[in-house]
Design a protein around this ligand. Structure first.
Ligand SMILES: [Zn+2]
Length: 206
């Protein structure tokens, strides 16, 4: 059983949230469309067959997830490049949990591994996770895993039952987030568990 370590900390350090550049609100894809354009990513046609079923999610209003621009660019580019090959991307979000009035998560990097994906289906194998954990061992600064990301190639960003299962199993702390990127529809959405239920949350890019 793969175990996420370093997630237990005595207390979140006190620090004000970073000054953000963009806020991505659920239901408004404007920031992402501009971001894809800014990164020079052209629309392409490819929709992977997927049996991932959309689960309806409620929407949170509090902005308590902040991601560094370089980190979100990295996961968008990873998702895009894998998408061009007809493959899904996956990785971990590396950061910290801090407190300012309430706890918030901050991601300043993302770690990816070469995934065992085929053009037809990509399931998260234990191998994929273990490979990522090996990569994490190489990081020399102090961090915690604040969540994970993966891509849906052309079938929109949402959390499927399988994704929610993964969240419940590995990322069930209040600060854990999940990002789902669709490089074709140019979406990047963030989700988390609240009282066991998966909700879509707004997030800030700094
Ligand atoms: Zn998924």
């Amino acid at each position: 059983m793969v175990k996420i370590e370093k997630e237990h900390r005595k207390a979140a350090s006190h620090a004000p949230p970073p000054r953000w550049r963009h806020i991505c609100m659920p239901g408004d894809n404007g920031v992402m469309e501009r971001k894809f354009e800014e990164l020079g990513l052209k629309r392409f046609d490819r929709v992977l067959q997927s049996d991932e079923e959309k689960v309806s999610t409620k929407i949170g209003s509090e902005v308590d997830f902040f991601i560094k621009e370089e980190a979100i660019d990295k996961i968008i580019l990873h998702s895009y490049e894998m998408g061009l090959e007809g493959k899904e991307a996956m990785g971990f979000l590396i950061g910290d949990v801090r407190r300012w009035k309430h706890d918030y998560s901050i991601a300043f990097d993302a770690v990816t591994g070469s995934l065992d994906s085929t053009p037809y289906s990509v399931k998260f194998s234990r191998n994929a996770f273990e490979e990522l954990f090996d990569k994490l061992d190489e990081i020399e600064y102090e961090y915690i895993i604040v969540g994970w990301y993966h891509s849906h190639v052309g079938y929109t960003s949402f959390m499927s039952n399988v994704d929610i299962e993964t969240q419940r199993k590995y990322f069930n702390k209040p600060f854990h987030v999940a990002m789902v990127i669709d490089p074709i529809n140019m979406e990047a959405k963030a989700f988390k568990l609240l009282n066991e239920q998966c909700i879509e949350i707004p997030y800030a890019i700094f």
